[in-house]
Write a protein that binds this ligand. Structure first.
Ligand code: ZN
Length: 134
């Protein structure tokens, strides 16, 4: 089951500048910065009630974030939904005909097991499923 929007991921060119910008926008600072080596990104997180905003900056030219910004510019990159059991949801959604980008869950930022659904199967939105690692 999909519980709620866990976070919205926003692709940015410069994490430091965007941290300042979003701190002003939200009236509070990010609570963490984390590098995800496997994805070649640096991330920061802001907590807004139950939902988080994740800023993503590429750390290498072949990062998915570099390619996204090249093609579309900065902006909303993905929407992440909280799930209790990422394996069960992956199976359910695959059976429903959605295209999974990764066939096995991987370790994402902020202590999560994650899986992405291809935007071509979700009306153009990159969807992330994430399950808290307990
Ligand atoms: Zn994310």
């Amino acid at each position: 089951m999909i519980n709620k929007i866990e976070h919205i991921g926003i692709a940015v060119k410069n994490l430091e500048q965007s941290n300042e910008l979003f701190s002003k926008l939200f009236g509070k600072n990010h609570y963490k910065v984390e590098k995800v080596e496997s994805e070649n990104v640096s991330t920061s997180f802001f907590m807004l009630g139950e939902t988080k905003i994740e800023l993503l900056e590429a750390t290498s030219p072949d990062s998915a974030i570099s390619k996204f910004i090249e093609k579309k510019g900065e902006g909303i990159h993905h929407i992440a939904y909280d799930v209790d059991d990422v394996y069960a949801e992956m199976k359910r959604l695959q059976d429903e005909g959605f295209e999974l980008i990764n066939k096995e869950p991987k370790k994402g930022a902020d202590n999560k097991l994650i899986c992405f659904l291809h935007p071509k199967s979700t009306n153009g939105i990159l969807v992330e499923l994430c399950q808290e690692i307990k």
